[in-house]
Design a protein around this ligand. Structure first.
Ligand code: Q9C
Ligand code: ZN
Length: 370
């Protein structure tokens, strides 16, 4: 399988709050570094390095990517991601090596439901975020754009391969991840929703365009609240997620959330009790796969998190390295004829991340050779 990587995704390196301490964020450049190292040493996977449009000589590449991203994210939000650090520097609120963390968040009030962005820089950091796991440092924007570009390029690759035999698939080593953020709010280590980038790109390139039926399978340990929010009323997009019950992001992910309007029935949440084992996981996975198959999508995006691993510091499922091959083979068995883009989301057990990714890719490809 083709694996896409961009060294610019290594630049973002921020902090998070753990208890009352500020620590290096678990979502770190070392994650991607260890995956790339593992995949290069085995050599079996077609690792390709992509150049970010922010470093390209051709300005039309950046323009094209931004126009895709702007189908999901507000201009003012994107400007905030791009400029907040420099604004804080100009006001001498922060040193070059430091990080912006939000403090005051928007919350429901009886007076109004949709406040305007505030002027105050501290307030703006909270307005454009829903938690404190979305710090902004001087190179955050470069990685966010590189990550979204990998998502976008994965769809271009996929459609180029459409003529080769079998359903093509591409794996994008996105970082930062994307499934927690919606159109105007960062959170849970996410800034731009890479799944949404894939979907917008697919709609812009494919023959069926806006009429395309699209499936999303979210296998990160955490519920993809951002992705769910973006497609909650969209009857053309089916979102299915297996995630830890009552875990982060806490306010979404219940099985009662089934979609809105014309899209009722196109959202399937399968929360799983913390501590669940592989057998329990596979029951939920098969439910998700059958629902996706019955939706009859022409394109699939997988949000792939390895924080379901038994040693993950943020997850609590009992899934081991060998299980990832079985999970991948299971997906491929039911949805074999679907062109698929796989996007990296979470996964924080650094010492095992590379082998877990490898196991997943091997399971995926073994199924393809049968
Ligand atoms: N301060 C993804 O896996 N909470 N995001 C961290 C430690 C945020 C997880 C708690 C967890 C976000 C993509
Ligand atoms: Zn996660």
């Amino acid at each position: 399988m083709i694996v896409l990587y961009d060294p610019d995704t290594l630049l973002h390196d921020t902090v998070e709050l753990v208890g009352a301490k500020i620590r290096s964020a678990l979502e770190s450049p070392a994650r991607t570094r260890t995956i790339v190292e593992k995949l290069s040493e085995s050599g079996e996977h077609g690792l390709r390095t992509i150049q970010s449009p922010l470093t390209s000589d051709d300005p039309s590449e950046l323009k094209a990517l931004l126009s895709i991203i702007e189908r999901t994210h507000g201009r003012e939000y994107l400007d905030h991601l791009k400029n907040a650090f420099d604004q804080w520097r100009a006001e001498q609120l922060i040193e070059q090596h430091e990080n912006i963390l939000p403090e005051c968040f928007v919350y429901p009030t009886k007076a109004h439901s949709d406040p305007r962005p505030p002027k105050d820089l501290f307030a703006r950091a909270g307005y454009f975020a829903f938690d404190m796991s979305s710090g902004i440092m001087f190179q955050t924007y470069r990685s966010v754009i590189a990550s979204a570009n990998l998502a976008s390029e994965s769809v271009s690759y996929l459609l180029d391969f459409k003529h080769s035999h079998g359903a093509p698939s591409v794996f994008a080593l996105c970082r930062p991840p994307g499934h927690h953020c919606d159109g105007n709010r960062a959170g849970g280590y996410c800034y731009v929703n890479n799944v949404a980038v894939c979907i917008s790109k697919y709609r812009s390139l494919s023959v069926s365009g806006e009429f395309a039926r699209i499936g999303i399978l979210d296998l990160d340990f955490h519920h993809g609240n951002g992705t769910q929010e973006l497609y909650y009323s969209d009857p053309q997009v089916f979102y299915a997620s297996i995630h830890g019950e009552d875990e982060f992001p806490y306010y979404t992910g219940a099985d009662s959330e089934t979609g809105a309007g014309d899209a009722v029935g196109a959202n399937l949440n399968l929360p799983l009790a913390t501590g669940s084992d592989f057998g329990e996981y596979m029951k939920k996975l098969n439910q998700a796969l059958i629902a996706l198959r019955d939706f009859r999508p022409e394109f699939l995006v997988v949000s792939l998190g390895f924080d379901t691993f038994h040693l993950d510091p943020l997850g609590s499922f009992q899934i081991s390295t060998e299980h990832y091959a079985l999970i991948a083979a299971g997906v491929r068995r039911v949805l074999a004829d679907l062109p698929t883009v796989i996007l990296l989301e979470g996964g924080y057990a650094l010492e095992h991340l590379g082998e877990n990714v490898k196991s997943f890719l091997e399971g995926w490809e073994a199924r393809m050779r049968e």
